[in-house]
Design a binder for this molecule. Sequence first.
Ligand code: PLP
Length: 395
Amino acid sequence: MTDHDARPSGFSTRAIHAGQEPDPRTGAVVPAIYQVSTYKQDGVGGLREGYEYSRSANPTRTALEECLAALEEGGRGFAFASGLAGQDTVIRALLRPGDHVVVPTDAYGGTYRLINKVAQPWGIEHTAAAIADVDAVRQAIRPGQTKVVWVETPTNPLLGIADIRAVADVAHEAGALLAVDNTFATPYLQQPLALGADVVMHSTTKYCGGHSDVVGGAVVTARQIDVAGFEDAADRIAFHQNSMGAVAGPFDAWLVLRGLKTLGLRMDRHCDNAEKVVAFLQDHPAVSAVHYPGLATHPGHDVATKQMLRYGGMVSFQVKAGEQAAVDLCARTTVFTLGESLGGVESLIEHPGRMTHASVAGTELEVPADLVRLSVGIEDADDLVADLERALPRA
Ligand SMILES: *Cc1c(COP(=O)(O)O)cnc(C)c1O
């Protein structure tokens, strides 16, 4: 295993090199796709570098796992078949029947479904709290029973911001771990472990992969976890990853590894473009509200400024003329593609109320009907603005 600490380096240097030494035999500068299930043993039990069977470990996946750990400045990285597979592994590795978890009121829908519909029937209890409000988190904690506080920041689709350091303190005081879904920010813009989190999770399907061509997940644990009873959290996650088996395949791991190499570059361009789109939308008479943590008017602006490098590529806004106008707008853009998901090089537009968030209609997670969400891509900003200008009502 490469010792990341021995070679401190900047983010993009780590993204390109961590876990990815040139192949000692051929000099190939990119890790091979080890499309293999099993490994020849040198005599019974004589494993080469520990490789035995590819559910347990595969060299392409190892490269990705080491790179992810280096980017989040964590102790160990784990790559999964999807973001939710990684989250399921975290839940089952760290929680037992009777334990309690605090979840954000505006958690990713699939995360909430996993906790509410899958973990709950197995006896894991939860309370939804407005995670941007530290007091609400404190009140939701059941001392002695709460083992994990779950945070997502920024959130989807209103870009709510949680104060990671403050929530980490509240969780730790109560003897609970802090797990942060860092999908929207990416390790380039935000490092939750450095702010006190114990576990970081990603849907690598989004910005880490970055090209809308792979579904994957990641979990990274802190170098040291001091919460009583969780000192071995990384070993528990490793055990469950192998025991449950929802691992990233070699080709998917390779695609994410390739995506990570340009993560810093892409994120800067996503942020540049998002800022230009936000400036345009703010001045447009057909738009009633713009939600972006980079705006001084955004309720999470100060915390975002403190804990993020920049404010990201996700933008949402409300259309003055209401729901139908918002829906029509989504069908009229030509550079922004109408579709779910986010974080790819291409810009996407969607109507959360009828698409990504349709399942939470009528609950406290319901989103405004006139809301439009943009995943601002890395095309030319002028084309993105012109596309929105053409598509927005003339109002
Ligand atoms: C997409 C997403 C997930 C789920 O990841 P999959 O790769 O789709 O399983 C979890 N959290 C957030 C914030 C997401 O955007």
